[in-house]
Design a protein around this ligand. Structure first.
Ligand code: IFM
Length: 400
């Protein structure tokens, strides 16, 4: 695949997803609004950060902190409110957004599906028509959103399957590992069909999946724990990558390691037990796990895009350190041969963190949800430092 000649050589961006930032979606809008209105989250997403209306201002801020790229997602329920019926106004909104990205010097990377599903897909990804309907939507969007050259079909298929069908904390709230495997497989089939549909209309675009990768570490230095870490890596990380079919790049969402033993494998959870200090999500900080993940993945010989990496914290020194350490880890992985073409910090804005509501603060930009006022955080300076190293015209960093 040829990298677009006029795209930045390295995409340094920020990421968001529609449901987490757009706001003002009616209760029956998608599976998440229904879940929120059933009281299954800490609070409902409500007005979120009104990115739907305020995206021009937000894009200007992303550029101001040094980004040259922006990853955001489409909302399937808005685009296809009933099966086969597409909404022109929603499409026009996304066309405006992608054009605005260009105006602000941000290369758009668009995710077609980031967790939320339309209510008419009654069995979610297990609905027999889901892969074909999804592929039809993806093909239409690739054709209609002309300036977009980088796409993720689906965000974190393994996390959706785990949280919705094993842990039961996300819709549809089930505890059925066997079904989770089917949900993961359905998403991978949907990706394959979408990939074909998108490439048919725009052969030169780059299409991948944003894979959530956990760095599994053995809880103790015993053969049993090592085998558990190896098994967890095969099932959670590698299986989706191998079975997804064609991907022009491997999207990497990396946050944290997890320590595993045969006992924790039997009771899968993304979180804990975690030794040492943790972030507001209870996740440990492990930049070397990031380096190792990139180096290992890089051996597959495919370009990598870090589609998400970030920290939930109110400690801006910790945010700055997290970014600087993960930047160093990424640079070491590149020096070791991993073909990493970009990095997107999660997130550009504080936003709705699913079951956790608005409490975890991942953003480089804080949002006062009463006034919707935006403030660049001191921790963003580490991101701007990085931008200035690759883009000498980037603005000076915000005060630390
Ligand atoms: O907020 C999420 C995002 O939607 C998917 N990746 C992980 C982030 C932090 O939990």
């Amino acid at each position: 695949m040829t990298w677009p000649a006029d795209a930045p050589a390295f995409l340094l961006g920020v990421a968001t997803s529609g449901h987490q930032v757009d706001g003002d979606q009616p209760p029956a809008h998608n599976d998440w609004t229904a879940w929120e209105h059933a009281g299954r989250t800490r609070e409902p997403s409500g007005a979120a950060v009104r990115h739907w209306q305020r995206f021009p201002q937000d894009l200007a801020l992303f550029r101001q902190i040094g980004a040259n790229a922006y990853r955001f997602s489409l909302e399937w329920s808005r685009l296809e409110p009933a099966p086969g019926e597409y909404d022109d106004e929603a499409l026009a909104h996304y066309q405006e957004m992608t054009e605005a990205c260009r105006v602000h010097g941000l290369e758009p990377l668009v995710t077609v599906s980031h967790f939320t599903l339309p209510p008419w897909l009654t069995h979610g990804w297990l609905s027999p028509e889901a892969p074909a309907r999804f592929a039809a939507l993806a093909g239409r969007m690739a054709a209609a959103l002309d300036p977009v050259r980088f796409w993720c079909t689906i965000n974190e298929p393994n996390v959706l399957a785990l949280m919705g069908y094993v842990e039961g904390q996300w819709p549809p709230g089930q505890h059925r590992p066997g079904t989770a495997a089917g949900v993961l497989w359905a998403q991978l089939r949907a990706h394959r069909a979408a990939y074909r549909a998108m490439k048919q209309v725009r052969p030169a675009i780059w299409v991948g999946i944003a894979h959530h990768l956990v760095h599994f570490r053995p809880a103790r230095a015993t053969p049993g724990d090592r085998a558990a870490a190896w098994t967890a890596d095969r099932i959670f990380n590698q299986w989706p990558i191998r079975r997804a079919g064609p991907q022009d790049f491997l999207g990497v969402n990396y946050y944290a390691p997890r320590w595993v033993s045969p006992a924790t494998l039997a009771n899968p959870s993304l979180v804990g037990p975690v030794p040492g200090p943790t972030t507001a999500m209870g996740w440990s900080v492990d930049p070397d796990g990031f380096r190792q993940t990139l180096v290992r993945l890089g051996r597959r010989g495919q370009p990598l895009l870090v589609t998400e990496n970030g920290i939930a914290t109110d400690d801006e020194a910790a945010r700055g350190a997290y970014i600087a350490q993960h930047r160093a880890a990424l640079e070491q992985a590149r020096a070791a041969g991993a073909d990493v073409r970009g990095y997107f910090y999660w997130s550009g804005l504080d936003n709705f963190e699913w079951a956790e509501g608005y409490r975890p603060h991942f953003g480089l930009i804080a949002v006062n949800r009463d006034t919707q006022e935006r403030t660049v955080k001191p921790g963003a300076a580490a991101f701007t430092d990085w931008a200035r190293a690759i883009r000498p015209d980037a603005p000076p960093p915000p005060p630390r």
